[in-house]
Each structure stands twice: as structure tokens, then as C-alpha cells.
Write a protein that binds this ligand. Structure first.
Ligand SMILES: [Zn+2]
Length: 232
């Protein structure tokens, strides 16, 4: 048995003993879908700038599509997103809390997801205020079909501010759970179950100290092995 297999076996036991498990995900779960993490994206262009979006929509959306929307459309959810959706459908895990705005948990079929920084499935017309889902972002420069106004993805519109309702939902799930599985998170949201934390991340991170179990692997490798062991 490899080290990863032994660690996933331990995770499987914890999962089976848990009465309520909440999963916390960050950029690491979307790397395999080709989505750059926060710092990489910001190094490339001022991704969170509503000013840039309004000043030069063509430049903004060209980069936004290249770095973000194209990988979502072309690659879709990662193995890890898909395994979590299956685990949720089978009631082996409960809510999923994410700081990711890519909406890939829902594209994989998950339903109980707290998008605490909102997501690209909410988009505002900057002129009339109407809201549109992800589909409108397929246009090279998205405009409102009703009034012609420029469209802004909600996370950019808010400058990645926390959504109070989603944060309250996330906190409630964490408080009620006896196990938290943290996957690829840098700790931008850091509340976990006070009981047990399993931390899946190939690198050291802020959850290491409080983790009962640290699994040093990518999200896809770890959850593919969990799939094998649970015979999903
Ligand atoms: Zn409009």
C-alpha cells in the first residue's frame, strides 16, 4: 500500500464515522481544469478591476475568456469536482463551501454549495441591473439582451467581496459538522469543524497545524483514490 493509499484509507474511515461532513475548497481543486490560481491570474492582468472592465471591455474580456472562461467551457469540472458531486448525491458529504468563483461544483452536479465570493453564474447589466446566468459570458463582449448595457460578472462587480448569505450558510454548515475536508484552499475562508479536519494539499498551508490528517497530494489524485476505495 502506498502512502497515499494509506492516507485515503484513513480518510475513508473518518468519512464513514462522520455524521455531517462539510467540504471546503479553494483554487487547488480547479488547477486540473486549467484555471490559474488567484495570484497567477492577478499577475497576468487586473482581474478584479471593475474600472478596467468598464474602461476597456474588449481588453478585459479577451483576457478573462483566455484565462478563465475558455478553460471552464473546454475542460469543465475536474475529477475532484465530479467525485464530490457523486459523494454529495450519495449523502456521504453534506455542504460544499468554496471561495472559487468558477461555478465548477455546480457544473459537476453539486447542489448544496456556498459560493462565498459569489460566482460567474451571476452577472449584472451595468445599465438596467438585470441578472443573467453563465451563458451570457459566452459572448466575446457580453451585453444585455434587453437594454444593450455592458455585463459585469458579480465577483468582479463586488471586487470579490464576501456574500453575507453564503458566508452565513457556510458558517452554519461548519458549526454543525463533525468533519471538514479542506481541498486546495489557501485559507481565504478559514472556519472549519472544531472537531476534525482533513487537509488535502500538495503544499504546506494554514490548515496544517489543526489537521488530524494531512494528505500531501493533488485534489484529483486524492479523490480518484478515494473513489477506488469507496468503489464508487
Ligand atoms: Zn440591461
Amino acid at each position: 500500500m502506498t502512502n497515499l493509499q494509506a492516507q485515503i484509507s484513513e480518510l475513508k474511515d473518518l468519512l464513514q464515522q462522520s455524521t455531517k461532513t462539510t467540504v471546503l475548497t479553494g483554487a487547488g481543486i480547479s488547477v486540473a481544469s486549467g484555471i490559474p490560481d488567484w495570484e497567477m491570474m492577478n499577475n497576468s492582468f487586473d482581474f478584479v478591476s471593475q474600472d478596467l472592465l468598464q474602461r476597456d471591455p474588449e481588453a478585459y474580456f479577451t483576457e478573462f475568456h483566455r484565462l478563465f472562461i475558455d478553460p471552464i467551457i473546454n475542460n469543465g469540472p475536474s475529477v475532484a469536482h465530479q467525485v464530490l458531486a457523486t459523494l454529495q448525491q450519495q449523502k456521504r458529504i453534506d455542504g460544499i463551501v468554496t471561495t472559487n468563483i468558477d461555478f465548477l461544483h455546480q457544473f459537476a452536479g453539486s447542489t448544496s454549495v456556498a459560493n462565498i465570493w459569489s460566482s460567474i453564474n451571476i452577472n449584472h447589466c451595468l445599465d438596467c441591473g438585470r441578472i443573467f446566468d453563465f451563458e451570457i459570458l459566452r459572448a466575446p463582449i457580453p451585453h444585455c439582451p434587453v437594454c444593450g448595457g455592458l455585463i459585469s460578472p458579480d465577483p468582479i462587480f463586488r471586487h470579490i467581496a464576501t456574500l453575507p448569505d453564503a458566508k452565513a450558510q457556510a458558517d452554519a454548515w461548519m458549526t454543525a459538522s463533525d468533519l471538514t475536508i479542506v481541498i486546495g484552499s489557501n485559507g481565504y475562508y478559514s472556519k472549519t469543524s472544531s472537531n476534525q479536519v482533513v487537509n488535502i494539499n500538495p503544499k504546506p498551508n494554514v490548515f496544517d497545524k489543526q489537521s488530524l490528517l494531512k494528505i500531501t497530494a493533488s485534489a484529483d489524485d486524492a479523490l480518484a483514490e478515494l473513489t477506488n476505495q469507496l468503489a464508487l
